[in-house]
Design a protein around this ligand. Sequence first.
Ligand code: AMO
Length: 445
Amino acid sequence: MKEIALETSKRLTIDFASLLDKEVTISGMIQNLRVLSWGAFLILRTPEYTLQAIIDKEKINLPLEQLMIESAVSITGIVKQAKIKDKALFPRDYEIQITEIALISTPGCDALPVDTTKKEMIVHLDKKFDLRPLTLRHPSDRAVFKIAATILNEFGNYLTSIGFTRISSPKINYTGAEGGANIFKIDYFGREAFLAQSPQFYKQMMVGVFGRVFETGPVFRAEKHATSRHLNEYISLDFEMGFIDSFMDLIKVEANALNAIFSKIKLECANEVDLLGITVPELNKIVCVEFEEVHEIVYTLYKKDYRGEKDLAPEEEKIISEHAKKEWDTEFLFVTHYPSSKRPFYTMDDPENPEKTCSFDLIFRNLEITTGGQRLHKYQDYIDKMTKLNMNTDTFESYLQAFKYGMPPHGGLGLGLERLTAQICGLSNVKEASLFPRDINRLEP
Ligand code: AMO
């Protein structure tokens, strides 16, 4: 038996101002090493910083040749004031004059397969994904995922602050929730099972338990086509809320959650925002337009005839999004009342016109990032709707228990993390906002 004393875990932050002209020791990976006649600039990537350190080759304990980009080192040196312009570096007003370097580990290869030291990594997207453990270390790629992490955290923090409870639902399921052919089948000990397309059924069931719930987690879509907006696995940010009067209640919560996220990005990712040269949006008003109205506007003003279509084509989303920006001064457009024939069975039809639903999508900078709506909450309404759609109610018996035993009026939404991140970061392909993207051709790394 061995007993080990408990120690408080600490952040690896340095109070540079109070350590000016004093010694510090810090570990990290060598992001860049610019060798000059007198020594080198060493850029060190640590959990908290990408900082500049200066090596005077006359005063250092080991030959510069032993240092490689992506070596793990521990440096000791004196904190000095600096004026650094490179936006990839943080802090920019301090640097470290190295007195000693301990080489902890060196890469297991002679040369890295891609240059991660330049402002822009010149590499084909496929190659970039093949080399993801390395290419994610580039400051711009890393910045995208710092922003994605902030979105994920703040979505949870904001919803928790207004009384939502976090849930984690199973991803191996007995049936799909969203209908359609884009579902992965798996062999579950000889039984057919499916990978979750969304946490839809479970978040609804959990409204009966907690009243307000949210989940952030992976979902799976067997999209057989390669597009810049589809992944086969993505992170879905979902919430479900009881006792709503209408789907407008959901839109309001989403608007507030997004604004909380945007404020947090401004606060905690200022360096990343600066490095990427992006503008963090603000959702300062809720602008809604009905689905049919979109077809009419696009037809009348932009001469594209999508009337009769039951969904918005990517081109139509782009046109109406640009129209919203120009005419209604918003980057966020809530398109409401999608046709019943295009929405899943659990969606509530509009009591005034059953051809339409009490549902919405949110389009942000030309791309749908959210689908949401009010759900049916009465058991008999489910039975009637499913019978009308020729669905086998027996298959859904375990889900339908929730409604049989009583549910409040409720609704919710699903927001694609990669789509939101891509639009905030100005990425043209949603895969670039996925750490290790899964598409029809890619299963690794
Ligand atoms: P939906 O299927 O529209 O709705 O998905 C919700 C949001 O998830 C994102 N998304 C995707 N992102 C990347 N790749 C994909 N293949 C992909 N498919 C969808 C989009 C989309 O708006 N259960 C409902 C939500 C709800 O009503 O609560 C659902 O999953 O951003």
